[in-house]
Design a protein around this ligand. Structure first.
Ligand code: CA
Ligand code: CA
Ligand code: CA
Ligand code: CA
Length: 307
């Protein structure tokens, strides 16, 4: 009897250990992603219809600050949902086997390159809950790797462009070694909890919290996740089913695949300039016929018929 109890007891313990993956930090069952997204989307749309956005600009015309406030009773402010100065946009992305609709808006598009979803950023940002509670604030350029960031950042930052970095000059017109950012992209993203922390209680963010971020995209560092010589920005993208591009269909997305066309020759070898140890820049990688001028060509590292 005593032994049986012990066995049952350890089975219960084992079950609880294995069941941890299905529980949130509060110990409750993890909620269904689809149902939670529907609830979050309703809450976000209500927020957009009951809050207004104020944007200030600096002397150069760049976005300085973005503030979101609840429209007071009887107030004449135009909601984020109804205003047309900064059109409300949305993007469809796939995660957790469901499609998420993510609202965002641009207060400035930026003039430079866009990052891809796995690059490194220099950004300033403010994070709040739908209640207005501010849980994070980084007023100065902060280095963020999108790979380690919440998923909403990976999906929305590529819609924005960086600006330029300019060196300040002193009164005599001599560069003083300090830098400023100009012409950068800026905006607001409204993330369902599934693209944030979901069932985790993180810092002062309760479980299942939709998150609002205002942000500026100052600069980007382009990365090559799989070290194959092709920057991730040229390998990152989504197909018609919202999956990461996987040229050879082996289940490893191009950004992580060292042999993108599965012809047995690693990409880093295929893009080597014959007779040298150097690789072609992406612009000059030829197709199987040797052509390197046709912009629509299929580059040889993506074509299994040659290497
Ligand atoms: Ca790569
Ligand atoms: Ca692949
Ligand atoms: Ca190959
Ligand atoms: Ca090939």
């Amino acid at each position: 009897m005593n032994r049986l109890f012990k066995i049952v007891g350890s089975l219960v313990l084992m079950f609880s250990l294995f069941a941890c993956d299905d529980k949130g930090s509060g110990g409750a069952e993890i909620r269904d992603y689809s149902e939670q997204f529907a609830a979050d989307n309703t809450a976000i749309e209500n927020y957009l219809k009951t809050h207004y956005l104020e944007v200030t600009h600096n002397a150069h015309g760049d976005v300085e600050d973005m503030t979101i406030t609840a429209i007071p009773a009887g107030g004449s402010q135009v909601s984020i949902w109804d205003q047309t100065t900064y059109p409300l946009l949305n993007k469809t992305v796939k995660l957790h086997n469901i499609l998420y609709k993510v609202y965002y808006l641009k207060t400035a598009a930026g003039t430079g390159d866009a990052p891809c979803g796995v690059d490194k950023l220099y950004t300033s940002y403010r994070g709040t809950l739908l209640t207005g509670y501010q849980f994070d604030y980084a007023p100065n350029a902060t280095e963020i790797s999108l790979v380690g960031a919440i998923k909403g950042w990976e999906f929305i930052f590529p819609e924005f462009r960086r600006g330029v970095t300019v060196e300040n000059v002193n009164e005599a017109g001599v560069p003083d070694g300090t830098l400023r950012h100009e012409d950068y992209g800026a905006g607001v993203m409204f993330l369902p909890s599934g693209l944030g922390y979901y069932s985790q209680y993180v810092g002062s963010i309760p479980e299942y919290s939709p998150l609002v971020f205002t942000f500026k995209l100052y600069d980007i560092q382009f990365l090559d996740q799989d070290a194959d010589g092709v920057l991730s920005r040229y390998e990152y993208g989504f197909d018609a089913n919202y999956n990461l591009i996987d040229t050879d269909g082996d289940g490893i997305a191009d950004i992580f695949d060292v042999d993108d066309d599965n012809d047995g020759v690693p990409t880093k070898e295929e893009i080597r300039i014959p007779g040298t140890i150097n690789q072609y820049t992406y612009d000059l990688i030829p197709d199987c016929s040797g052509n390197n001028a046709n912009p629509a060509r299929l580059r040889k590292h993506l074509d299994a018929t040659c290497h």
